[in-house]
Ligand binder design. Sequence first.
Ligand SMILES: *Cc1c(COP(=O)(O)O)cnc(C)c1O
Length: 423
Amino acid sequence: MTCGFSRPDGDLWIDGIPAAEIVAAVGTPAYIYSASAIRSQFADLGVALGAVLAEPPLIAYACKANSNLAVLRLLAGLGAGGDIVSGGELRRCLAAGMPAEKIVFSGVSKSDEEIELGIRHGIRQFNVESEYELGRIASLAKNAGQRANVALRFNPDVDAEAHHKTTTGRAEDKFGLLRSDVERLYAAASGNPNLGMRGLHVHIGSQITRVEHYRTSYERLADLARSLIRAGYPMDTIDLGGGLGIVYDAEKQSAPDLSTYGAIIAQTVGNLGVSLVVEPGRFIVGNAGALVSRMLYVKESGGRRFAVLDAGMNDLIRPALYDSWHGIVPVLPRQGEERPCDVVGPVCETGDTFAVQRTLPPLESGDLVAIMSAGAYGATMSSNYNTRPLPPEVLVDGDRFAIIRNRQDVQSLLDQDIIPDWL
Ligand SMILES: *Cc1c(COP(=O)(O)O)cnc(C)c1O
C-alpha cells in the first residue's frame, strides 16, 4: 500500500489509527488524509531536485489539488509556497500562513478583484496567459501605485499525452502564449514601470508519469529564455509548472522517476542562472488521501452485482469526469470468494459509478470501503449535487487525528436559497 496506509492486523490503518475508528467518530462518507504521506512526497521531491540543482527550487504547491487550510498549513510549515488559480485560493494560502513572496498566481482568467488582491499582498508573481491580462495587471498596478511581478506562460506546443481533459500544452489548447507572442509581450512589458518581469512559466498537463514528456517543453522553454536573456531582458525565475503523476493502479502505472525528472530539469534549464519554481499538486497529496464510504446495500440486477455506496459523484467526481480508476478496498477484511462488482453511488446519474466489474471480496451492506488515492481533486471538486452535504475532511498524523472540515449540514444549504416574497 502507499505511504501512510497499512494493514498491520488486517484492518486498514491510516498513519497510526484504524480507519474504522476514525469513521466511527466522524461518520461516512469522509475524506481522510495521512500527514506522513504528504510530508514524505514533499520531502522526496525536494531531495531529488536539491540533489541536481545548485539552488533548490521553490516548491509552490498547486492548491487546487487540495486546498484545505490544515493541508496548506502543514505544507507551509515544510517550506512550500503556493500555486493558486483564484483569489479564493490566495486567501486560503495567506490564512494558512504561506508568505506572499512564495505565492504564484496562475490561471487562464483573473478578475480585476483577484489581480488587485494579488498586488495588494505583494505576491511573488502573476503567471500571465494573455496580452489582455498583461494590460489589466499593468493598469491595476499603476492605479495602485505599485509594481506587479509577472512571468509569461509559454505554450510550448507539446502533447504530454495526459488525459484529453487535462493536457494543456498544445498550441490548440486555451493555455499560455505561443513563442512569438511571448517575445513580443516580453519586450513590451520590460519597458513598463508598473511591471516587474520575473521570467517564464510553463505547465503542460496533469498526471504525467513518464517524465520524458517534460523534456521537449523544457528544452523549448530554455531556448526561449536564453534568447530573451541574450537580448538583455530581465529574468530571474523559470516556473516549470506541475503535472507530476501518481500511481492509481499499481498494475498499470509506475511512479514518476524523480531522479530522471531532476536530471531533465538540470540539463534543460539548470544553467540559466535563474531561480526555479515547480508547481506539483496531485503528486504531493493524491496518494495521501482516501474517501471512506459505507456500503448501503448490494443489489443483483440484470446478471450484475452492484455495490451501492453512501459516497457519490458529488463527493468524488474523478471517475465520472475523467474515467479515472481508483483502488477500492474493504476497510475490514472479509473472507470468501471474490466476485466482480460495479461500485456505484446514490446519485441519479449513470455516470455515478466508481468502478465497473471490479473484483472484490463478498462485501455486505454496512461494510466500509476506502476509495484510495483520493487526496487530490477529490474534496476540492466535490459539490452539493442532489442536495448532498459535502463530506468532512480528517487529517491523521501519527496516532492523532483531527476533523479539518466539518460535514456540511443540509439546513445550511437551504439557508443559502431565497424565496422571493412575491412567490
Ligand atoms: C493544475 C495546475 C498545476 C498542478 O497540476 P498537478 O497535475 O496537480 O500537479 C500546476 N500548475 C498549474 C498552472 C496548474 O493549472
